[in-house]
Design a binder for this molecule. Structure first.
Ligand code: ZN
Ligand code: FE
Length: 256
């Protein structure tokens, strides 16, 4: 299966174009803008077949209506969020067939209350829930919800490729190294991320296996991470979810 193509938008968003067996058909994931997508699609002679939307924020939805009108294609978006242009409201566990792939819907609340991710073969489109070496901010959901959502994603097969909606990897890694300085996987992953960015490449996709090694928000059960955070003066939280809440608050205030 071919890799999805990253269309950069705004400062650090990626709009993913997902190819299928029919090589010209693509799914468009989280088009915050229409123009860069039209550009990328027309330069390559691709045929947009559907739009997938993970949550209601403008940097993921701003281009939906223009693209849907131009290409006359369906728009899949969370049923629990009011997203203009939605033609198919999706819910947890729903599976739908398209000319690009079969997609399965996972509800992953936390960043927003109705946030969903789409899973196809071994590709995960997770919007602003899981970032490489980080996770989305808690705008609507609780830390408990976000932690459960991340644990659900962490339990996917390790080879699953993770297509996040933002290029936040390098700044996330500064926080990851701060809370887990003895983790050599983070060091090596940071070197790789730096090389890719210097070459003008996205650091994504990563994999679930990578994230389990380097992402502190998926490592809340690790004794070494907890011990180091305690040494930094963080409260000793008893449950994983409470520790996650602490870590997420720290990250909000972290000046790397
Ligand atoms: Zn968002
Ligand atoms: Fe976003």
């Amino acid at each position: 299966m071919d890799d999805a193509l990253a269309v950069p938008a705004f400062r650090d968003n990626y709009i993913w174009l997902v190819p299928g067996p029919e090589p010209r058909d693509v799914a468009i994931v989280d088009p915050g803008l229409a123009e860069p997508v039209i550009d990328a699609v027309e330069r390559r002679g691709l045929h947009p077949a559907l739009i997938l939307c993970t949550h209601h924020h403008g940097d993921h939805t701003g281009g939906i209506e223009a693209l849907a009108a131009r290409y006359r294609i369906p728009v899949y978006a969370p049923a629990a969020e009011a997203i203009p242009g939605t033609t198919v409201g999706v819910r947890d566990g729903q599976v739908f067939d398209t000319s690009v792939a079969t997609f399965r819907v996972l509800e992953v609340p936390g960043h927003t209350r109705g946030h969903v991710a789409y899973l196809s073969d071994e590709r995960l489109f997770c919007g602003d829930t899981l970032f490489s070496a980080g996770c989305g901010r808690l705008f609507e959901g609780t830390a408990f919800q976000m932690h459960a959502s991340l644990m659900r994603l962490a339990a996917l097969p390790p080879q699953t490729r993770v297509y996040c909606a933002h290029e936040y990897t390098i700044s996330n890694l500064r926080f990851a190294r701060h809370v887990e300085p003895d983790n050599d996987d983070i060091l090596h992953y940071a070197q790789r991320a730096r090389r890719l960015r210097d070459a003008g490449q996205p650091t994504l996709p990563s994999t679930i296996a990578d994230e389990r090694r380097i992402n502190p928000f998926l490592r809340t059960h690790h004794a070494s991470l907890r011990a180091h955070v305690a040494r930094l003066g963080g409260p000793k939280s008893d449950t994983d979810a409470a520790f996650f809440a602490t870590l997420r608050r720290w990250k909000d205030d972290f000046q790397g």
